[in-house]
Design a protein around this ligand. Sequence first.
Ligand code: GDP
Length: 444
Amino acid sequence: MAFEGLAERLQSTMQKIRGKGKVSEADVKEMMREVRLALLEADVNFKVVKEFIARVKERAIGQEVLKSLTPGQQVIKVVNEELTALMGGEQSKIAVANKPPTVVMMVGLQGAGKTTTTAKLANHLRKKHNRTPMLVAADIYRPAAIKQLETLGKQLSMPVFSLGDQVSPVQIAEEAIKKAKEEHNDYVIIDTAGRLHIDEELMDELKQVKEIAKPDEILLVVDAMTGQDAVNVAESFNEQLDITGVVLTKLDGDTRGGAALSVKSVTNTPIKFAGMGEKVDQLEPFHPERMASRILGMGDVLTLIEKAQANVDEEKARELERKMRTMDFTFDDFLEQLDQVKSMGPLDELLGMMPGMNKVKGMKNLQVDDKQIGRVEAIVRSMTKQEKQDPSVINASRRRRIAKGSGTSIQDVNRLLKQFEDMKKMMKQMTNMGKGKKKGKMPF
Ligand code: GDP
C-alpha cells in the first residue's frame, strides 16, 4: 500500500508523544528529527522537508501547544494540519467553464497513465457530475494509444473523437471541440501525445494545442511510483505550460509517498485526482486532509463511508442491522454482507482507511487476500440451507462433508464456525451494552 513505510514511522514517532501530559521543547525537537528522517526516506523533496519541519517546530513549540492540557495530542494535530497544507489544504476541484464545453487537456510522459486517466476522468464526470464528456485521441505518436482510447470509450459507451495518426494534434483538437459543440458534449478531454522524456518538440506541440484549444484545465498525469522524478517532470511541464492540476497515478502501488507530498509545494499546483488502480472506476478526487489522516493512522472514515454509500443497498443494510440486533443473523446473511463489502474494493485498502487498524495487533501482517475470502465463501456455500440457517446442526460428519465440498480442511471449517459463534456472542454483548442507549449504526 502507498505510504506504508512513512505511515509506520510517523505513527511510531507520534505514539511516543501522544499520551504525554507534559511535553518539553526537547521532546518536540527529538520528534521532529525523527519526522525529518521519515520524510526524507519517503523521498520527499529536501527543501520541502526543511520548510515543513521549521513550520511544525515553530507552531509546536509555541506556548499554546506545550502549555495546553493535552500537549501530546496538540503536537500531533499540528503535524496533521501541516501535512494537509503540504498536500494543498482544501480539496481542489476540476474546472467548469462558464460556457460549455469545458476543455481539459491531459498531458504527461509516456507510461504515466495518461490515456487510462483520460477515460477514468470521463467516467468520473459522468457518474458523479452527470456530465456528457467526449474523449479526444490526439496522442498520434505512441503506437496503439488511439486504439486504446477507442477501446476504453467503447467500454464506457462514450464518444471518442479521432482522425487517425496522420493529422496534427492541433487540428484534431480544433475539430473535436467543434464537434463537441454540435453534439452538446459538455466536457472535451484531450489525450495529448506523451514522450519518454521531455523535449522541446513535445512542448512546442503541446503549446500549439493549448493555443488552439484554450483549455479550462491542463492536467498533468504523473506516476507516483517515480518519486522525485515525478516532481521534476511536474516542474518542467509547469514552466512551459502553466498546468492547472496534477493527477497522481498508481497510488495503489507501494510508492513511498514523496511525489504526493512534494508536488504541490514545488509547483504550487494542486493534486486534483489520484489513480488507485488500472480499472476505469479507480480514480478518486484527491483530499489532502484525508490523505494526511491516513498517513498518521487516523483513518479515512469519510472515504470509507462514501464507498459504502455508493455500493451498499441501504434497505439491505438496515435489514442486516436489524437481524444482528435480534440475533437472527445466519450464514446466508453473512454471505450477503461479504458480497457487499467485496463490491467496495480490495479489503486491505478498506482496512487501511479504518482508524487505528494498522495498530491492531497482528493486523499488519494479516494478508487480507481475496483467496482467503474465497475460502470462507466456499465453505459457506458448501453448507445446506438448513446448516446456513442453524449452524448448531453441523456435527462432525457434516463438517467433513463441508470441508470436502469446499476444497478446504476440517480445521478451516471449524475455525469459521468458531469465528461465527464468537461474532454472534460479541454482537449480543454489544446489543446488551447498547440497550437503553441511542442505537448505533452499522458501518456497512
Ligand atoms: P500513457 O502512456 O501515459 O497513456 O499510459 P497508459 O494510460 O497506457 O498507462 C500505462 C500503464 O499504467 C497501463 O498499464 C495502465 O493500466 C497503468 N495505470 C494507469 N493508471 C494506473 C493506476 O492508477 N494504478 C495502476 N496500478 N496502474 C495504472
